[in-house]
Design a protein around this ligand. Structure first.
Ligand code: ADP
Length: 481
């Protein structure tokens, strides 16, 4: 088994070259053979046509006229010329090669070419001059021309020539091809090996560098200065992937450290309160105060763990969204009614601009949490402001806007506002929020196939927009609920 791609490519190049060479060789061989045979056939026909006028009748048979018989030159070419009776009997023959007669050939009474192999013993070549065995095993090309008198075939004129010279030429070609083959194939293997080495070298560099990059230091990059080809783009993609991995790892680490930090604060408070309680006997009222404080911290811990659990599920694509036909207008109105006391305490005015009904497929509890987080933030960060909630359908998709006219979110914080544990004012971290509210709202929007965006101008408030997919029918009667 060949283990390097380089060697495999080289062998493949060699193999392909071999196949191409064989195909080309076969083409050359057969086209040369065809051409040579054709010109031989033309020669034979010419000779036969020249001989035709020299045939004359003698008694009951035909012979070559003695006087102007021009077979001299033909004999020198070692051609065989002969005259046969219509039933295949040899009347006259010139030439040294002993060729057999073929009756079947004569029967068609057509002029034709044929290639004959001279057998070891030519049975009908007794009349031949010279030793017939001498040419045994050789091939001859025979042209047969019927001699016609008044439309009647009276004899056959045959001109035959050995194929030896053609065979020799073809043999020489074969030898040349066979000698050339190893050189050509060798050059292909060598060239393929060299080229593959050149092409694969950067890939090997990528492999080595990638092996050096450990999970603990994802800040490393290949940073190879390669041309913008397949390999160059591979290296770039690898670097991009490293950047994404690094980013994800960093976020994960930050998340874990933020989460532990968030858990530590309530735990430290609980611990302090319990230690105070155990220091010395206290009044019942003091114990109640301590227990209330512990209870509030436990509540905070409970909220935090629930939030973390929801985010973890969302990361594992396990955020369960129970889809049912729900009326968003009703959901928001109910939520506002529930929060009435808190809104009143925060001196907020509420303006609702909702259609009578806005049916969507969604998870009631999750969407309730999303809007609760948004309104909670408005109460927390924009007290005394005017809260406007409007819903509409834009190009078939429901859009809900939650806006306040409070202090707004500074521009530089906007890109991070949906990050986990991100707070604009870290100093206010003793507030009930844990920095996960918007991150959770975003995950819920995503789980519904939607988006959550924010816009804010300093001192002009913050506007959160929930974009949901689908085609709701505003005000229509629900199919199921
Ligand atoms: P928290 O749980 O701390 O409220 P969030 O993820 O809900 O965390 O919000 C992140 C930060 O965004 C908050 O700390 C706050 O500073 C800012 N923020 C959110 N909503 C508003 C708003 N309506 N007005 C001003 N700032 C806001």
């Amino acid at each position: 088994m060949i283990r390097t791609l380089r060697a495999r490519i080289a062998l493949l190049a060699g193999g392909l070259m071999m196949v191409a060479f064989v195909v080309l060789g076969l083409y050359l061989f057969f086209s040369l053979r065809f051409q040579l045979l054709r010109s031989l056939d033309d020669n034979l026909r010419l000779s036969a046509e020249q001989l035709l006028p020299t045939i004359e009748r003698e008694d009951n048979r035909f012979v070559f006229a003695q006087g102007d018989f021009s077979g001299q030159s033909l004999r020198q070419q070692e051609d065989v010329i002969r005259l046969l009776s219509p039933d295949g009997q040899i009347w006259a023959q010139q030439g040294s090669i002993a060729i057999p007669s073929s009756l079947s050939m004569l029967q068609s009474e057509q002029e034709q070419y044929a290639t004959w192999l001279i057998p070891d013993i030519a049975p009908q070549a007794e009349n031949a001059q010279g030793n017939h065995q001498q040419n045994a095993g050789e091939s001859v090309r025979v042209f047969t021309l019927p001699v016609r008198v008044q439309g009647q075939t009276v004899a056959f004129l045959q001109v035959a020539r050995s194929l030896e010279s053609i065979d020799e030429a073809l043999q020489t070609l074969l030898i040349l091809l066979l000698i050339g083959a190893p050189f050509i194939v060798g050059a292909a293997v060598g060239g393929g090996y060299w080229l593959a080495g050149r092409t694969l070298k950067p890939i090997d560099v990528i492999r080595q560098k990638a092996a050096e990059i450990s999970a603990h230091d994802l800040s490393q990059r290949l940073k190879l200065d390669l041309p913008d080809d397949e390999v160059g783009r591979l290296a770039q993609t690898f670097d991009d992937m490293l950047a994404r991995l690094e980013d994800a790892f960093q976020r994960q680490r930050r998340f874990v450290s933020d989460a532990s930090h968030e858990l530590r604060t309530p735990l430290a408070i609980i611990r302090g309160e319990v230690e105070v309680a155990l220091e010395q006997p206290r009044s019942a009222e003091a114990y109640v105060n301590i227990l209330e404080s512990v209870h509030s911290e436990v509540e905070r811990l409970n909220r935090l763990t629930n939030d973390l659990l929801l985010l973890a599920r969302s990361d594992n694509a396990q955020l369960f969204v129970r889809r049912q036909r729900i009326d968003l207008s009703e959901l928001i109105t109910t939520l506002i009614a529930t929060l009435e006391t808190r809104l009143h305490e925060a001196k907020m005015t509420v303006q609702l601009d909702l259609p009578p009904a806005l049916w969507i497929d969604g998870d009631f509890d999750r969407l309730l949490q999303l809007f609760l987080n948004l309104i909670d933030n408005a109460i927390l960060y924009a007290p005394g402001s005017r809260l406007a909630i409007g819903a509409s359908v834009v190009e078939g998709a429901p859009v809900v806007v939650v806006a306040d006219d409070g202090p707004g979110i500074p521009q530089e914080h906007l890109p991070h506002i949906f990050e986990r544990f991100y707070r604009v004012d870290a100093a206010r971290s003793n507030q009930p929020g844990n920095g996960l509210g918007l991150a959770i709202a975003l995950e819920i929007a995503r789980a519904h196939g939607g988006r959550l965006t924010v816009e804010s101008e300093p001192n002009e408030g913050a506007t959160f927009t929930l974009w949901l997919p689908g085609e709701p029918q505003a005000g229509s009667i629900p199919q199921s609920k």
